[in-house]
Design a protein around this ligand. Structure first.
Ligand code: NAI
Ligand code: MG
Length: 345
């Protein structure tokens, strides 16, 4: 059977980076076909009030995997539209793992002063369906001096155990749990109990535990010791921007949203629609291209995934990069450079 990939280019630089990413996917010869949902964007939302329809979801559900550029538009509030698309996808497809690798492609891209501490090669495994982003909460006495607002930081045994289990399955060397169990007590204790059980199930994998503030400090000074970092939705959101910065910036960060049980998967660069540079042709396509590498890996094509990563590393080493990485090239030229590296015998 043909493998179908649903593609949502989205808004702003989304379609600009998806184009070279699809060229790379094509060049890999994986035998995939694409189902392009190019109407899922801010224009459609402004016209119809609906970002992602039931029939869009059906098309995504009947695909093997999905690839998303970015959504977001300055004309729209982020909570209704962006949350409407991203959260709907994550919750409807129950994509409970957000997998965010950070690897330094070239020494030059590191912001760290000490060369011995630059070689970051870790993965943030972020819980993607619960926590502070559960959407549960409310407000009272809105707009008055007595106004209050509550957002529930949701943890369930089911949600926590399954993401911890995935973290162990993704470990090459070690797993580090990051939480704030000393201050956020109830959820913290639930995570700690599930962690104890997961550690016992995997006696041969090295483990450690850090509070989130310490983890941020440790990452910012010496990220070299980390392999898999598993954490909740909000800490994972923030720490993965930090690890992205340590690996060369938002422009190179790729991610996968996964349900390892059902096999559903959505791949996307970590960045947003970048309205400040959209249309200038200078968006860095590496995040989207490296998301295609993660997609190839998901399809069991590890060799092709490695070939994409080697091509990106070679383009970076040759200085064939966009302005955010200090280079002179545009999106299309960088895409062409990666394709040329891929085709090199
Ligand atoms: P952003 O990631 O779009 O941009 C942040 C900064 O990084 C900007 O200065 C931008 O120019 C730069 N940047 C981002 N990607 C780049 C790339 N590939 N190459 C070069 N420079 C790049 O985040 P921002 O500005 O906070 O959000 C813009 C819109 O995107 C908002 O509507 C937001 O809600 C949405 N958004 C969507 C996401 C998604 O679709 N998964 C994720 C994050 C934000
Ligand atoms: Mg974020």
């Amino acid at each position: 059977a043909v493998t179908t990939i649903a593609v949502i280019p989205g808004d702003g630089i989304g379609p600009e980076v998806i184009e070279p990413a699809l060229d790379v996917l094509d060049a890999l010869g994986l035998g995939t076909r694409t189902d392009i949902l190019d109407h899922v964007n801010a224009d459609t939302y402004l016209r119809t009030g609906e970002a992602l329809t039931g029939s869009d979801l059906d098309r995504i559900r009947s695909s093997e995997a999905a690839l998303l550029g970015a959504v977001g538009d300055p004309r729209l509030g982020d909570t209704s539209y962006v949350r409407g698309v991203l959260t709907t996808l994550r919750l409807e497809l129950d994509l409970y793992v957000n997998y965010r690798p950070a690897r330094l492609w070239h020494d030059r891209l590191s912001p760290l002063r000490d060369p011995a501490r630059r070689a970051i090669d870790c993965v943030i495994v972020r819980e993607n369906t619960e926590g502070l982003y559960s959407g549960i909460g409310g407000g009272a006495r809105t707009g008055t001096p007595e106004e209050i607002a509550v957002d529930v930081d949701l943890s369930t045994r089911h949600g926590v155990s399954r993401v911890l289990e995935f973290a162990f399955s993704a470990a090459r060397r070690s797993v580090c749990l990051v939480d704030k169990a000393n201050a956020v007590r109830n959820g913290g204790q639930l995570w700690q109990r599930c962690w104890g059980e997961a550690v016992a199930r995997h006696p041969h994998i090295a483990t450690s535990h850090l509070y989130v503030d310490t983890a941020a400090l440790r990452l910012a000074t010496d990220p070299t010791g980390f392999d898999v970092i598993v954490t909740n939705n909000s800490y994972g959101d923030i720490l993965s921007d930090l690890t992205a910065a340590l690996a060369g910036g938002l422009g190179v960060a790729a991610s996968a949203n996964l349900n390892p049980v059902t096999g559903r998967a959505l791949f996307e660069p970590v960045h947003g629609s970048a309205p400040d540079i959209a249309g200038s042709g200078t968006a860095n396509p590496f995040g989207a291209i490296l998301s295609v590498a993660l997609l190839a890996e998901h399809l069991g094509r590890n060799e092709e995934a490695d070939a994409v990563r080697r091509a990106v590393a070679a383009a970076v080493a040759a200085g064939r990069v966009t302005p955010d990485l200090g280079g002179p090239l545009g999106t299309k030229e960088v895409g062409a450079a990666v394709l040329a590296e891929l085709r090199r015998p």
